[in-house]
Design a protein around this ligand. Structure first.
Ligand code: KDO
Length: 330
């Protein structure tokens, strides 16, 4: 999050840094290092795909250098790092982009995207073009491709049966640390608490929180199932991330290299998407075998409450006219 500088100051410094970088740009043939920082674990399917699909596809002109588990930059500070020229890539979210560009909050709304294919259609649609163009022009970040994280559910360490939003009253639900995430937690009926992803396991273990939300593959990969009792299949957000790339670095690439980076990003995203979908299909049984309760709540009740909250919110005022209908029609 742009905590140190105001958004305006950061966007201004980005333009200055871009000009400086352009002045000192090295010869086009030079090998580049692509550092990526993300709180994702190295065994997260997106991380695996970037390492096994993206990296080799660009290896003759670029060295992919990932830093997982937020080991280079804190969750939520990566976009600022790219804008300042301190990082080349990240796996960012609409929630993080909404900190800079409020219109991105439309993609953070619960029960909007239908599934992984819908995310791809929305990302590639003409309606998305102005969103991408603004991030590129004002933050110096290219959104290369969309990555599927999965359907977010409620992962709770408490016994209470949750069928409707009212059943979440008083539940301390960890949500990631931006306002858009906190809003979603409240819209679900819970008491949201901001916390970095890397702290969630311990917070569940110690009882500092009653639960958190993430898709099934993340619950498996980060071993949250060891420290929770139940998974409530709310599917409240078909969650996406964007593969973010420094515009300054992009401009140093030849057209051929740019095409290869783009193709490699799309191939990695597609590989990760298929793996995440396969995991989602098999993991309910895995968690039941671990002794967890896994059940579907009253989905119409959750959908109605969450959608009403977004439409009545200030967020929706920043959305381009007609965008929800356009997205629904895709
Ligand atoms: C999380 O912090 O819960 C979250 O799932 C939010 C996502 O947008 C994304 O940042 C993700 O963490 C990380 O990639 C770790 O999986």
């Amino acid at each position: 999050m742009p905590s140190i500088l105001s958004r305006r100051a950061l966007l201004g410094s980005t333009a200055a840094a871009a000009a400086a970088a352009l002045a000192g740009a090295p010869a086009r043939a030079q090998t580049i290092t692509l550092r990526l920082s993300s709180p994702a674990t190295p065994t997260d399917r997106r991380a695996v795909a970037l390492t096994e699909v993206f990296a080799p596809a660009v290896a003759d002109f670029a060295t992919f250098e990932p830093h997982w588990n937020a080991s280079l930059f804190r969750q939520g500070t990566e976009l600022e790092a790219i804008a300042r020229g301190n990082l080349e890539m990240s796996i960012t979210s609409a929630q993080e982009l909404a900190v800079f560009f409020p219109e991105f909050s439309v993609f953070t709304a619960g029960y909007l995207h239908r599934d992984a294919a819908h995310q791809v259609a929305v990302f590639g649609s003409p309606a998305m073009a102005p969103f991408k163009a603004r991030v590129e022009a004002e933050l110096g970040v290219k959104l290369l491709t969309v990555m599927y994280l999965g359907r977010r559910n409620l992962n709770l360490r408490i016994d209470r049966t949750v069928m409707t939003p009212d059943d979440l009253a008083g539940v301390r639900l960890r949500m990631p640390g931006t306002d858009a995430w906190q809003f979603l937690g409240a819209a679900l009926g819970a008491n949201p608490l901001p916390m970095a992803f890397t702290e969630v396991y311990t917070a569940l273990q110690t009882g500092a929180i009653d639960g958190e939300d993430n898709p099934l593959p993340t619950v498996r990969d980060s071993k949250f199932y060891e420290v929770i009792k139940q998974i409530v299949l709310t599917s409240h957000l078909v969650d996406l991330n964007y593969l973010a790339f420094s515009r300054r670095v992009w401009e140093r690439l030849t057209a051929g290299q740019q095409a290869r980076v783009q193709a490699a990003a799309d191939a990695a995203a597609e590989s990760a998407r298929q793996q995440q979908l396969a995991l989602e299909a098999e993991l309910v049984q895995f968690f039941k075998d671990q002794g967890l309760r896994v059940y579907e709540p009253d989905l119409p009740a959750f959908r109605a409450r969450v959608q009403a909250a977004y439409l009545a919110s200030d967020y929706s005022k920043a959305w381009p006219a007609g965008i929800v209908d356009t997205i629904n029609a895709l």
